[in-house]
Each structure stands twice: as C-alpha cells, then as structure tokens.
Write a protein that binds this ligand. Structure first.
Ligand code: NDP
Length: 442
C-alpha cells in the first residue's frame, strides 16, 4: 500500500478527528525520505502501530458550582506511546478540547519528547471545562473531581502529566493535592509543581526561554543576530510571556501580544510588567493594556500578523496562523517563524513559508523546552534534590542547542536542505520507531 492510501486508512479509522488527521498527515508525508529507504518499518507495521494510541481514557467529571448546581464535563487522557519512557505531556482545560485535539497533541508529543533525547514517552489529556470566570473554589472542586478518576491511570513511572492551556501552577497544586490525598504518597506524579513541594526552578520559564534560545541559535547558524530585531508574539499566557521576557533580555523588541479576545501593538516595545500584572496576577483581558498605556494600539478579534516584524513567534493555539497571515509575513520581510504553540501554523501556511525561504521551525522542536525541564523536574524528584535556577536554565539551553544541531545533521544526512520540519520529524520518528522494533511485537 502506498503512503497516501495508508494515511487515508488511518483517517477512516478515526473519523471526524480533523486536528488528528492534520497532525498525522504532516508527520507521515514529511518522513517519506526515511520510509522509502527503510524496509524494516514496513515489515514491522510501524506506521499502523505508531498512529494507534496505546490507550484512550475518557471519563465524566462531575463537580459542584458555587450555587450548588451539579456541573458535568468530559475528561480525557490519551497514553499514546511509551517506547522511550513513561507517558509525558500536559493537561489542557479549554472548551475546544475534544478527543481529536487531545490525540493530535499526544501524537505530536511523542516526537517532541523523542527530540529532547530524554527518556519520556508521549501522552496528553484535558477537559472541555472552561476555567474562565470560575471562582477559586470551583477550580479546586473541578480539579479534585478530575484527579479522582485520573489518579487510577497515572504514576511517576507510568504517566506524568503537566500543564498546558488553562492549567497553570494553581491547577497543578489542586490536582497534586487530590492525588496525594487518595493514594497517600508524595511522589513526582505531575510536573510544574510549586517549588516548595517538588517543583523545578525555571519550569515556568522553560517553554518560552527554550523557544528563544532556539531562535537565537538558529539565527547565529544563519549568520544573523537576534539583537535589535522586531519580534511579533501572539498569546499572553505562560509560553508567550516568558518568550517575551527572554527576547527582551537578548536585546530585541517585542511589539505585539494577544489573547483570545484581541491584540495589542506597542511600537515602543511591550511593557512586560504590565502584561504580567494584567494576565498573570489580575487575570483580565489584554485590552486593559491600552488603558494603562494609551500610546499602544488595541484591536479586537484575531491577530492577523499584519505588523511588520523580522521574527514571528506564535504562542497561543493551533491553526491560529492562517494562509493570509503567512502572506502578510512574507510581504513584510519576516526572516524566521518558530512555533511556540503546538501546530499554530496551518499546513498551507507552512508550505508558503518554506517555499519563500523563511526559516520555519515546527513546535515539536521549538517548544520542547517545557517538557525538557519537566523531565528535569522528574529527575530532581527521583534524586530527592533541587537544582538551582542557573543549573536548570543552562541544561535547558544545552538541550535546545542539541535539538537544533541534531536536526541540522538529519537534514544533511537525508539531503533535506532547510526543510527543518522533515528533519525534526525524521529524527523523532526514527528514535521511537527503532525502540518499538527492539521491544518486540507488543
Ligand atoms: P496559556 O493558557 O497560559 O495561554 C494561552 C494563551 O493563548 C492565552 O493568552 C489565551 O488567551 C490564548 N488563546 C488560547 N486559545 C486561543 C484561541 N482559540 N484563540 C486565540 N487565543 C487563544 O497556555 P500556554 O501558554 O501554556 O500554551 C500556549 C501554547 O503553547 C499551546 O499551544 C500549548 O499547547 C503550547 N505549549 C505549552 C507548553 C507549556 O509549557 N505551557 C509547552 C509546549 C507547548 P486568553 O488569555 O484569552 O485565554
């Protein structure tokens, strides 16, 4: 059977799962140069095995709101592949969550985790629960109910969830508390924990900082420098805020940020303390920024990447960067786009950026800093010791540089020129597929 037919068969096996189809297609098409020269993958039915999750867990989450009404949401955990180590990947709480979104994220996570070189498999979970507008007590009751079911399926050597959209330090704290209450063990079952009870320094900053370390290295390899460049960032959550912090530390200008209601353009450079106050502390809309800094501009609706910038770092959500956005970026002379979010650029957009010679790095490589430091948190928990911020940060920097270096080697080996998507996918896929084969038919 040829590859196109195999992809069709996988789509038919998973009907209606459009995000999952998109992720499968993107990975499998790009690794053609590997598959064409590797009979063992065909012989061992690797494509069928790697695209079928080990298991998908779906459960009801009932909880009481502040008015005493019973609310019901759906919870998910997809344990996709543990060939390299325990399942590892975040939990997302957002109304858009469904099985397709969780499967696409878990599938991507397998290869992202493989790229880090650390011993972690791929998984992802979450719920269609919307944390916006909920009280602290409601969030706590929801997290406790969610963990009451999830705790049956996870463990430090089995599956170690973390945060993602809508799941930050507060939610991880409530989830951890409930796990401990039910199982009566204080162990590293989640990452992104508070520093006082087993969290790692630099975990909060890791995805954003890692993205910018990667950007800096990539530009240097291409004879360029990040200093003085204009950088557009979308999102104003965990990834976006710490990407912006590192961009500014390296002497470049962040001129845009956004949230799900609108976006701001500040030609003088974003005031990050203001953003942290609005989004991290007061949890308000980004439109507040203009009230506090009237010289900035605020626009309602989706960020269309119409502001000229040399570097684009989409850090909000999947498929936020449309073809039209990519046309704007090309027209405005952007030199590099690195995905801080998971799959933020639509497939036609990726194609255009590659054709026009814009340096494009997929999320599974560019945003791997978060899961890398999560794995370092697991190591610290096992060793029962804490590393300093600088120790973790320098390991993070090294991991990001190694990922880039290994992708460049793979691109050379398979004659992929600057197709970093194919380079990252081949490198990650090969590590997982070879391990599956070595472990027999299981
Ligand atoms: P947060 O919840 O902290 O922030 C998400 C940001 O994106 C918020 O500003 C949010 O706006 C905005 N956003 C969310 N959904 C939409 C939407 N549909 N349209 C427009 N804007 C939206 O999440 P993270 O920063 O943790 O995650 C961002 C991305 O990075 C996700 O794709 C995630 O999977 C990926 N990622 C995260 C990692 C991590 O360590 N946290 C690791 C690797 C990848 P609002 O404030 O209005 O909700």
């Amino acid at each position: 059977m040829n590859l196109e037919n195999e992809i069709l068969q996988i789509k038919n096996l998973n009907p209606g799962e459009k995000e999952f189809h998109q992720a499968i297609e993107e990975v499998l098409i790009s690794i053609k140069p590997l598959l064409e020269n590797c009979e063992k993958y065909k012989k061992n039915s690797i494509i069928q095995r790697i695209t079928e999750p080990d298991r998908q867990i779906k459960f009801r989450v009932s909880w009481l709101d502040d008015q005493g009404n019973v609310q019901v949401n759906r919870g998910y955990r997809v344990q996709f592949n543990n060939a390299l180590g325990p399942y590892k990947g975040g939990l997302r709480f957002h109304p858009s969550v469904n099985i397709s979104v969780i499967k696409f994220l878990a599938f991507e996570q397998i290869f992202k985790n493989a790229l880090t070189g650390l011993p972690i498999g791929g998984g992802k979970g979450g719920s269609d629960f919307n944390p916006k507008g909920k009280s602290n007590n409601e969030i706590m009751r929801f997290c406790q109910s969610f963990m009451t079911e999830l705790c049956k399926h996870i463990g430090p050597e089995r599956d170690v969830p973390a945060g993602d959209i809508g799941v930050g330090a507060r939610e991880i704290g409530y989830l951890f508390g409930q796990y401990k209450r039910i199982l009566n063990v204080h162990e590293g079952v989640l990452t992104g924990k508070g520093i006082s009870y087993g969290g790692s320094l630099a975990r909060k900053e890791a995805t954003g900082y890692g993205l910018v370390y990667f950007t800096d290295s990539l530009l240097r390899k291409n004879g360029l420098n990040i200093k003085g460049k204009n950088v557009c960032i979308s999102g104003a959550g965990n990834v976006a805020i710490y990407a912006a912090e590192k961009v500014q530390a390296l002497g470049a200008n962040v001129i845009t940020m956004s949230d799900s209601t609108g976006w701001i353009y500040d030609s003088e450079g974003i005031d990050l303390n203001l953003i942290k106050k609005i989004k991290e502390v007061e949890k308000l809309r980004i439109s507040e920024y203009k009230k506090l800094k009237p010289s900035a501009k605020y626009f309602e609706g989706k960020f269309l990447w119409s502001i000229p910038c040399e570097i684009a770092l989409p850090c909000a959500t999947q498929n936020e960067v449309t073809l039209e956005c990519c046309e704007n970026l090309v027209k405005n002379g952007t030199i590099a786009l690195l995905e801080g979010a998971n799959m933020p650029v639509c497939p036609e957009g990726v194609q255009l950026l590659k054709e026009k010679g814009i340096l494009f790095i997929p999320g599974k490589a560019a945003n791997a800093g978060g899961v890398s430091v999560s794995a370092l948190e697991m190591s610290q928990n096992s060793l029962k010791l804490n590393w300093t911020f600088d120790q973790v940060d320098s390991k993070l920097k090294q991991i990001m540089e190694d990922i880039l270096e290994n992708i460049l080697i793979t691109c050379k080996e398979y004659n992929l020129k600057e197709d970093y998507v194919a380079g990252a996918n081949i490198l990650g896929f090969k590590r997982v597929a070879d391990s599956i084969i070595e472990q027999g038919v299981i």
